[in-house]
Design a binder for this molecule. Sequence first.
Ligand code: ATP
Ligand code: MG
Length: 294
Amino acid sequence: MTPDLLEQGARRLEMRQAALAANKNDTASGGRSAGIGRIAKPEGEVDTTHGRILYLEDVSVSFDGFKAINKLSLDIAPGELRCIIGPNGAGKTTMMDIITGKTRPDEGTVFFGSTIDLLRYKEAEIAQLGIGRKFQKPTVFEQLTVFENLELALKTNKGVKSSMFFRLDSAQSDRLADILVNIHLADSVARLAGNLSHGQKQWLEIGMLLMQDPKLLLLDEPVAGMTDEETARTAELFLTLKGKHSLLVVEHDMSFIRTISEIVTVLCDGSVLAQGTLDQVQADERVIEVYLGR
Ligand SMILES: Nc1ncnc2c1ncn2[C@@H]1O[C@H](COP(=O)(O)OP(=O)(O)OP(=O)(O)O)[C@@H](O)[C@H]1O
Ligand SMILES: [Mg+2]
């Protein structure tokens, strides 16, 4: 990245922050403002007319005869923030592997919207379709700055030739500035990612996913290893993203789940054991027995 590009980014960020400060109804944590400057994407829109962005039906997969996922059915509404909980080995990560094309199920149906059959696509194509995935371990480029990491997240979608001449356009710069505010790294644009705290690296990786404007975000144990303060800020971030993106969040941290959750799905032995509000599932005898009562 060239210094002028860094300067350009910093200037846009300043302008964005000034605009935020000027508007009392807006919030520094993003809120509605994050939509400003977004590029409209007419191509590849997901058909959610049936009220679902993701739909799994009777999905099963076995590893050496062991059924890790067993007739799993699930559907997620557009803009929903769905929490998935369940004991170790319940199949939560495997479910994400199936949605993202990393693992092929033996049987079942997996649809993105009502028309895109995800089982017909490869892992890289599924990412292009607008499904972003955050693994538990942060995978940022430690030798690059926060800004460069975010910029790179846009380049990775391009071919080699176009990425050589890649420049952020003004809408992309605005988006980057919005994301920096949302992920609480606006003051750290020029810091090396390797010098960030564990929590900040996790936020940066989420920011990198957001640069690609995914319709659906899958987050596997996003607050594991975070401090209480970082966890609280992550909850705030997810609540900001809800509505604009659909989120599927796997976590064991119940106080975090309590802060962000609407509907909670409990997975056990590869299928849905219970579903409802956190209070409802926590009162369910079967859930207490297999998970919460441990
Ligand atoms: N590629 C694989 N090969 C063999 N077994 C696997 C594979 N992937 C997952 N499993 C097994 O499938 C089961 C479900 O694992 P999974 O990682 O999905 O659980 P999880 O709900 O994410 O658990 P945790 O809360 O510990 O992360 C486990 O018994 C695991 O060992
Ligand atoms: Mg897991």
